[in-house]
Ligand binder design. Structure first.
Ligand SMILES: [Zn+2]
Length: 54
């Protein structure tokens, strides 16, 4: 299951959410710190892991 990194634009806290693709498409992520939905998704850890091939 992919892990999504978000940063809250209101309190600048970063947090992770583990969501199914369906949840990711349908749910509005909320900051666990201040409850704001004014959040921005950062690069997904899911992709960071798969790109780490050396
Ligand atoms: Zn916040």
């Amino acid at each position: 299951m992919p892990v999504y990194d978000y940063v809250c634009l209101d309190c600048h806290k970063t947090f992770e959410l583990v969501l199914s693709l369906n949840e990711h498409d349908n749910d509005v992520p909320k900051c666990p710190e201040c409850g704001s939905t004014n959040v921005e998704q950062e690069a997904a850890a899911f992709f960071a892991v798969t790109s780490k091939k050396s």
